[in-house]
Design a binder for this molecule. Sequence first.
Ligand code: ATP
Ligand code: MG
Length: 433
Amino acid sequence: MKNRITSLKNKLFSFFKIKDKSKNGANKIIYDYSSKEQEQQQEQQQEVVMETAKEKEKEKEKEKETETMYISKDKNHHNKEPSLDKDFNMIPISVTINNIIDKITTNAYHNCYKKTYVRNISNFYIANLDYSSWRIAMTSMQFCEFTKHIDALLNNNADIMCNLRSIKLYENDVAYSKYRAGVFKTDNFIIKIDTDSFNFKNEITGMYNLGKGLIEEYSIVLPYYAHFYSKNKKNISFSVQPRIHDTISLRDWMMIYENQKLDIEFYIRMCIRISKSIQFISSKHMVHGDIKPDNIIVENITNRSYIIDFGLCGLHELSEGTGGTKPFCHPETRNTGDIYKDNNEYNWVKNTKYNDLWSISFIFATILIFRKCYLYYRDYPVNFFNGDKYINITYLNYIPEKFRLPFVCVLTKETPDTNIDIQSFISLLEKAL
Ligand SMILES: Nc1ncnc2c1ncn2[C@@H]1O[C@H](COP(=O)(O)OP(=O)(O)OP(=O)(O)O)[C@@H](O)[C@H]1O
Ligand SMILES: [Mg+2]
């Protein structure tokens, strides 16, 4: 059944394949070093070509006129060329099929959720505590650095823990002690430490369902190793993941003046790339749960982006989360805010894939409109959000028309019949490029 649905789904999405624009040679520049005589000949030839082109244009116009007459006579007439509108009409079908697949998978998980799934994850966690297998995947220097820090954290080695280089400190960090809490960096790794085990349990779920370390193909970064204590809150829990060198968060990247002046197509390509990482996460029935500019890092020089921080990830429709961090949460999570007042309280709701889709569209709509990544509701213009916290269409109209539709579908209620998903969001953007 699932195979049939998948093949039907593949067929449907073959409609959305992009044409290779480079092949038509439209923008080719040819350098010519011919003599004056040849130039004159060419000019004459060009005049002839121009005249024939004019004639052809006239003919085309005539054809168009007859075509319009034909259309007005026969209302059922359809254009032969596939258009964006036509693809757009296919979206409800593909979304319905994806929803059916999701429901089937959710039910399958639900039926064995408490038993098999939890048991598999705890077995996975226990097996993962033996980190010796990473010896093959790393250089001996890296492995040495890896084991040195894990051993220090497991044995509360105050010397090493005091000297960790911090990227971000949590409120419960005790400097110059073994009770560290925050995000730290070593030469090759990022170490997250906290007294609360919640995030590390979620990271284990992510590792189990998506993979460990850097998943190069989909540009997502998960831990190699995670260790947590559930009962004793005095003990620290931690995880170790590969450090992606020479990167900054998307928020910081957008603050660089040159990065605010790039062609719109550049941001669209970046949005597609990150959306494809989310699509991979969705394909495993998972939700990242905290897509925001600080959880996307961008490599200097290459501008390649990666999704990090799986501390709030979980299974679609089964696990619970907040839908992310304000102001990036889907309005339906009710984790929204006020431009006049910051509110750091969160509702816990079922994780859904639509939350990730909302967050990524919201981030890139902000980038396309303002060329910035905002941090608070108060950073946005007063009427940017409607009463229901969806986005005011007037602002989305600042996005160039050819790229606007996918953002309008996700961020407004203007098209109530069109519930789009990450797959159709990507397809519409790719088609518009
Ligand atoms: N694998 C990585 N490679 C390079 N830098 C990283 C990596 N992981 C995290 N960082 C840096 O550390 C910062 C904080 O990491 P992360 O988002 O995982 O921490 P966090 O405390 O869980 O964040 P928050 O709770 O605020 O979402 C990131 O914004 C990024 O700058
Ligand atoms: Mg984070």
